[in-house]
Every structure is written in structure tokens, then in C-alpha cells.
Write a protein that binds this ligand. Structure first.
Ligand code: GDP
Ligand code: MG
Length: 452
């Protein structure tokens, strides 16, 4: 479904790929093409505008990493923003409540509610190992309740008996009783299709939501309807609380705009994708995977990630130099600690200091671990900017406040300050000695710094 968009973007990026330096014009013309590609994919205009602007800001403000080309950097930025747009983390179905967890399916007629109810029931039973009861509240189309019953039978999942003439609220009462008796973990309520502008039916769904008190209210929307799907989601959201979205017919030849705009416009996470008519055609929504599918640039993305790691290393080297000059405050100490954590801990940083290699083992033996280092970071972050720049002002009451703020004892704060002081002193001394050509003191001295 994202083929066209994918192709368009690939073409834009192919032009950037091999290039050396990129001018602002290069970036702008690439962004113009990305904009057109997104609009042609039927992504909503405000979303496109915002997307392009964000990428522009980052692309132009980006420090270019030596080992990669600016073009590659832009590709990585677009990829990252695509994930942002789709939602940065996958949002699992929430079933964390006293059983039964009720799931309410809402949406337009024909959007795929009944089919998706069956698919989700199967997903919950298979993957999450829970017992599911299927209930149809669609009393308006004669065949609707039977459609769900047939589906349930085929899946060997229980559905609530059909009693002709019952109203939704009566059915709900019965469903609750059955769920209790049968100790069901999850009840999925399928509902009749409705338009968000149909007041009578929207009042009904409000009453249904109140009566079922669902932990998940999922709007099922047809991705093929493009921007209409997004407008419908907004319309529903204005009337009832939605917890998530299911986009169906992702397998169709729509242009993908709905999938791309949905999250940004509604603020609601996409939880599942319907990718076909068969009962197994349901995918848990992973933003990263979809971004990868759209932007088939995995090689570049990982290349840039590796190169960024190298930058982290270069920063660490700079910091090590600063340390040797003895000119570093608590902010420097904090970024120093962060660098270490980013790079895989204390021992990696030691590797950048001359002669440090030897005492790596000593450090490992002394029981200094990254957890302890993180605690030190916590202490520093509980200080004000002023305090970090100027440790002298840290009197007893300030130290108490900082200890409280970072959940440690005052003695821990004192120890950190002492370490910092020692570090500063020793660094200064070491710098001088190194200038005179005396080496080898720094490592052994540093070894004690993070000690308890
Ligand atoms: N291709 C495709 N068809 C789907 C998908 N989900 C549902 N359908 C089909 O859409 C039609 C309407 O689905 P249904 O569940 O009855 O919609 P409801 O009116 O919202 O309950 C059926 O023919 C389904 O097989 C999907 O993800 N892909
Ligand atoms: Mg239905």
C-alpha cells in the first residue's frame, strides 16, 4: 500500500545519496519533493507542513558527521520523523483491569468492526492466552449478530446467545452476567455502524460506553477512505473517548495517507492494522516497522547510527582532555558521566585516557558499577544550574534538599562533591606533571574517584 510513496521517497533520496556537501538549496529541493510525495500519498496538509518543517530545521541545524554524507544524514532525519509521526512506541492493547476487560468496537458501517472483533479475539486468545467472549450489539441489521456468531464458531470462541428483539443495554446486562459465570477475561463488544453526525446513534454509543465501561474503545476505520478516515476519527473522538485505532484494508491500494496522518491528527495511537479479509490478517502496529517499510533505507539508517556513535566517542575524547586540564564543573561531570553510560560504561571512557587501559581491571574489581554512576547523575540533576557551576554555595540546607530530590542520603551528596573536588585537583596536578613529561599518575589516581 505504501509502494508509491516508498518509490517517490527513494527517488528523492537517490539524488542525495552519493552527494558530498549539501547546500541549503539541495535540502530545500529535496524537501519540496518529499512534500509532494506525502501530499500525493494523501497525507493531510497540516501534517505534511509540520513534517517538512521539522525535517528542515533538523537537517539544516545538523552537525555533519564526518564519516557520512549530508544526504545520508537527511535520510536518517526523515526516517526518524516518520517514526515520530506514526507514534514513537507501540501501544499494546490495554487489558490491565479487574476481569473482564471490556473492549468496545466502534466505527462506520462496513469499516471492518465485526471482522476485526473476531481477529482481535483470536489474537487475545492465541498470544495473550486469555478467555474471550464475543458480543454483538448490532441490532439494526438482521444478519449482523449472526455474522459475529458464525465467526466466533469458526474460531471456537464463545459468543453470547442471540435473543431477537433485545436492545443493546439488555444484551450488555446479559453479557456481564455470562462473563461473570464463565470467568471470561475479556469481552469484546461489536457494535452497529454509525456516522459520527448521527445524533441518535451517537447517543446510543455513549450509553453503550457508559454501560460497558470499556478499558479500550477502538475506532475501526477503513484506510482506503484516506483523509475521510481521519475526519471520521476526529468526529468520533469529539463525542466519545477513544483509546485506540484500528486501520483496516491496509492491503488495498490506498495511498497510505490515513495511516500516516491518523496519529498526528487525532493523537490516538494506532493499535492494529487489518491487512486482509482472513482472520489471521491482523498486525499489531509497530511504527518502526511501518517507517522501515515506507522508507526502504535500512542500510543508511544503521550507517548513520554507527557514525553517531563515533561522534559520541569524539565528544568523550574532548571531555577527557578537559579533565586533564582540570577545568571542569559539575555540568561537565554530569555530561562526562552520561558519555560513559552512552558508550557502555566507565571502562570505555577509561580507554581514552592515556595509560588507563591498565587499571580497567582494577576498576572492575572495585565494584564500581553503572548503577552507582547513574545515582551520581541523579544527584547532579537535582541541583540548580547555579549550584552546578559554583559548588561553593552548596551549604547544608542545599545539600539536604538535593539529597531529598534525588532520593539519596546527604552523605552521598557529600561524597559526590568530594569526588568532584578531588577529580578537579588531581586533574590539574596531572596536567602539570604530564607537561613535564611525567606520566602514569593519572590512571591510578582516577581509579579511586568513583570508589565508595
Ligand atoms: N481486504 C480487507 N478486507 C477487510 C478487512 N477488514 C474487513 N474487511 C472486509 O470488509 C467487509 C466489511 O467488514 P465487516 O467486519 O462486516 O464491517 P462492519 O460493518 O464494520 O462490521 C467484509 O467483507 C470484510 O471481509 C481488511 O483488513 N482487509
Ligand atoms: Mg458489523
Amino acid at each position: 500500500m505504501f509502494q508509491n510513496l516508498s518509490q517517490r521517497l527513494t527517488t528523492v533520496f537517490d539524488k542525495l545519496r552519493g552527494r558530498g556537501l549539501l547546500s541549503e538549496d539541495d535540502v530545500n529541493s529535496a524537501l519540496r519533493e518529499i512534500r509532494i510525495a506525502l501530499l500525493e500519498a494523501d497525507v493531510s496538509l497540516p501534517v505534511v507542513k509540520d513534517f517538512v518543517e521539522q525535517v528542515r530545521i533538523r537537517a539544516l541545524g545538523q552537525e555533519v558527521i564526518r564519516s557520512i554524507s549530508p544526504g545520508q544524514m537527511v535520510i536518517k532525519i526523515v526516517h526518524d520523523h516518520l517514526i515520530d509521526l506514526l507514534g514513537t512506541d507501540e501501544v499494546e492493547l490495554n487489558l490491565a483491569t479487574t476481569p473482564p476487560a471490556n473492549i468496545l468496537m466502534v466505527g462506520l458501517q462496513g469499516s471492518g468492526k465485526t471482522t476485526t472483533s473476531g481477529k482481535i479475539a483470536k489474537h487475545i486468545r492465541g498470544r495473550l492466552k486469555k478467555r474471550v467472549l464475543l458480543v454483538s450489539l448490532d441490532i439494526y441489521r438482521p444478519a449482523a449478530q449472526h455474522q459475529l456468531e458464525v465467526l466466533a464458531k469458526a474460531l471456537d470462541i464463545e459468543s453470547l446467545d442471540i435473543i431477537p428483539g433485545e436492545k443493546p443495554l439488555q444484551i450488555i446486562d446479559r453479557a456481564k452476567m455470562r462473563a461473570r459465570q464463565g470467568s471470561f477475561d475479556v469481552v469484546i463488544y461489536d457494535t452497529a455502524g454509525r456516522l459520527h453526525i448521527d445524533d441518535t446513534l451517537m447517543d446510543e454509543i455513549k450509553a453503550i460506553q457508559a454501560a460497558t465501561n470499556p478499558i479500550e474503545t477502538l475506532l475501526v476505520a477503513d484506510a482506503m477512505t484516506g483523509q475521510d478516515a481521519v475526519r471520521i476519527a476526529e468526529g468520533f473522538k469529539a463525542v466519545i473517548a477513544l483509546t485506540g485505532l484500528v486501520l483496516t484494508r491496509i492491503d488495498g491500494d490506498s495511498r497510505g495517507g490515513a495511516a500516516l496522518s491518523m496519529r498526528a491528527v487525532t493523537g490516538c495511537p494506532i493499535k492494529f492494522l487489518g491487512v486482509g479479509e482472513k482472520i489471521d490478517h491482523l498486525e499489531v502496529f509497530y511504527p518502526q516497522r511501518l517507517a522501515d517499510r515506507i522508507l526502504d533505507m535500512g542500510d543508511i539508517v544503521s550507517l548513520v547510527e554507527r557514525a553517531s556513535d563515533i561522534v559520541v566517542q569524539e565528544d568523550a575524547e574532548k571531555l577527557a582532555k578537559k579533565m586533564q586540564k582540570g577545568q571542569f564543573d559539575l555540568d561537565d561531570m554530569a555530561s562526562h558521566i552520561q558519555q560513559m553510560l552512552k558508550m557502555g560504561g566507565l571502562s570505555t571512557l577509561m580507554g581514552f585516557l592515556p595509560g588507563m587501559g591498565k587499571i580497567k581491571d582494577q576498576i572492575a574489581d572495585s565494584g564500581i558499577d553503572d548503577k552507582m554512576i547513574r545515582r551520581q547523575l541523579g544527584i547532579i540533576y537535582s541541583m540548580t544550574q547555579q549550584e552546578r557551576k559554583n559548588v561553593q554555595i552548596l551549604n547544608a540546607s542545599r545539600r539536604r534538599r538535593i539529597a531529598k530530590g534525588s532520593g539519596v542520603e546527604v552523605s552521598d551528596v557529600n561524597r559526590l562533591l568530594k569526588q568532584h573536588q578531588q577529580m578537579q585537583l588531581m586533574m590539574k596536578k596531572m596536567g602539570k606533571l604530564e607537561q613535564k613529561g611525567i606520566k602514569g599518575m593519572l590512571p591510578s589516581a582516577l581509579g579511586n574517584l568513583f570508589g565508595r
